[in-house]
Write a protein that binds this ligand. Sequence first.
Ligand code: PMP
Length: 354
Amino acid sequence: MRTSSLPLPANVKRLKPYASARSLLKGDEWIFMDANESPSAPPFFRNNCSALNRYPDPTADKLRDAIAASYGVGRENIVIGNGSDELIDLSIRSFVRKGRRILSVAPTYGMYRVSAETNGAAYGTVPLGKNGDIKIRSFLRRTKNADLLFLCSPNNPTGTVIGLPAVKRVLDAFPGIVVVDEAYGEFADASNIPSAITLVHEGKKNLIVLRTFSKAFAAAGIRLGYGIAAQEIIETLLKMKSPYNVNSLTQEIGLRLWGDSDRMRCNVRTLVAERERLMRALGKLGCRAYPSVTNFFLIDLPKGNDAEETYMNLRNNNGIVLRLIEWQNKKMLRITVGTRRENDLLLSALTTLL
Ligand code: PMP
């Protein structure tokens, strides 16, 4: 492995990664007697899936190749993770030096703060504007002593997009690593909103774009996410991840899901149509829905209704669980678009409550 030109933590720079035969010798032609696995599988495994008595491909190369081909990049530009949550944690462990900081916006996805804190890194945020827009100049002013920035686009929980010109300005001005979390990117793709993946194409060296199978692909249970970045970044992430982070079943299912992207796009269309229907119906009930390009959106309740009380009522009396969000010093509700039936149940419960 080459020495990296990235500003890496000293332990990362020094690290000699774990070496397994599975990462050096790929393919089925080997008689593996090196990793203390069982040589035979229980009958249940044999009938249902590939060699589960063996460790999985450490880097999930079939999946990397399939994803790389779709985006017109190389395998060396892709890392596969146990959900994008793993890649969030991995980015912090790989790129944040001792005593340095992580910066993001507020409100945003809660795991950035949690992962920062579990890794002992300081975490700061800059408030988003009223419409969910990022104030680039004040954001950049706060990047002093930061090694890593998280930009979530479309952003959870606001549902709003951070435009590519803003991302570019941050990438050009900030010397550390910028993670653009596109967990809801397929919903943005459906509205022809450009993805930061185009900036990896353009050769940006300090950018990691994260995507996941948990949202549009409807596969949160298999735990599968991926990152797209310049080769040097991917090499560092591969070196730092645990050896067998994505299990064989997930790699297999992920490959099948990737091959059926029409189905994913169909799911996106259905959820977007339901989102619009829900928003219109909630508008008639006096709620204010915040614009969103994702499969969730925020609402303010009509005057005289308390968000927390409504949340508890829905939960305890109707068994419907929404998410309470605090933004702009007020509490609001975040609704994840459900099935048509679930959405109807929510609407009828709110018709009674409001
Ligand atoms: N990023 C964002 C913005 C999310 O909302 C979520 C899930 N709530 C994740 C990442 C984590 O996704 P995964 O299931 O791939 O770990």
